[in-house]
Design a binder for this molecule. Structure first.
Ligand code: PXP
Length: 238
């Protein structure tokens, strides 16, 4: 079964636009769970332009599904994650000035660094995942860090999907198989939507989790949040 983790950053972006508490991020997270989300993902960034560090602290005691915290494992992220102890920490090498995550780790260059961070997280019982591009050498590098999982960065897949789905998915299938052979779990995320999700899951049926934010929240404007989550879950039920 591939689990759907809903990334609620965009809900926080909407809330922050007016400075009050509408929409209520905590309530939306609980409703996502009630509507069928099997996990909640947040990606606090140092400028707190969407999810704030306080949101992460407030979410932990109320969530009943898997909690996944994404981010660049600098001091503030590590302090937060070690305090909150989510089910999963997804490490992303995002620079501070980017709109959204735009690259996977170079797991060869950063192998020693990632190995230290991962061992620290695992000492506290937190499952780890490393965000990577679909490149075999990066999967092999990830396996050497001791991480539990990788998250395949699917932006390229989403971009190429409409032109040639088979070509778009091929590197992801290769890397997912390699990751599995090396004993790693496989997550995927970025730009997944109602058009491209089912095909990815069919090609990688052992995918553990997808985390989806932007498209899902956009779809909720038209279909409503409850229907939208059901639609995404249906794409994953093959
Ligand atoms: N995975 C990671 C590591 C991300 O940074 C993001 C965006 O915050 C996502 C998944 C979700 O991407 P999207 O919002 O395009 O669904």
């Amino acid at each position: 079964m591939t689990r759907l983790s809903v990334n609620i950053n965009k809900v926080a972006t909407l809330r922050n636009a007016r400075g009050g508490n509408n929409p209520n991020v905590l309530q939306v997270a609980l409703d996502c769970e009630r509507f069928g989300a099997q996990g909640i993902t947040v990606h606090p960034r140092p400028d707190e332009r969407h999810i704030r560090y306080q949101d992460v602290l407030d979410l932990k005691p109320v969530l009943t599904t898997e909690f996944n915290i994404e981010g660049n494992p600098k001091d503030r992220y590590m302090d937060l994650v070690l305090q909150v102890k989510p089910h999963q920490a997804t490490l992303v090498p995002d620079a501070e000035n980017v709109l959204t995550s735009n690259a996977g780790w170079n797991t060869v260059e950063y192998q020693a660094y990632l190995t230290d961070i991962i061992s620290e997280l695992k000492k506290h019982g937190i499952r780890t995942s490393i965000f990577v591009d679909p490149v075999e050498a990066m999967i092999e590098g990830a396996a050497k860090t001791g991480t539990d999982r990788i998250e395949l960065y699917t932006e390229q897949y989403a971009k190429q999907f409409h032109g040639n789905p088979a070509e778009a998915v091929a590197p992801y299938v290769r890397c997912a198989k390699l990751a599995k052979e090396l004993g790693l779990g496989v997550n995927a995320g970025h730009d997944l939507d109602l058009h491209n999700l089912r095909y990815l899951q069919q090609q990688i049926p052992f995918l553990d989790e997808v985390s989806i934010g932007h498209a899902l929240i956009c779809d909720a404007i038209y279909y409503g949040l409850e229907n939208t989550i059901r639609l995404y879950r249906r794409q994953l039920e093959n």
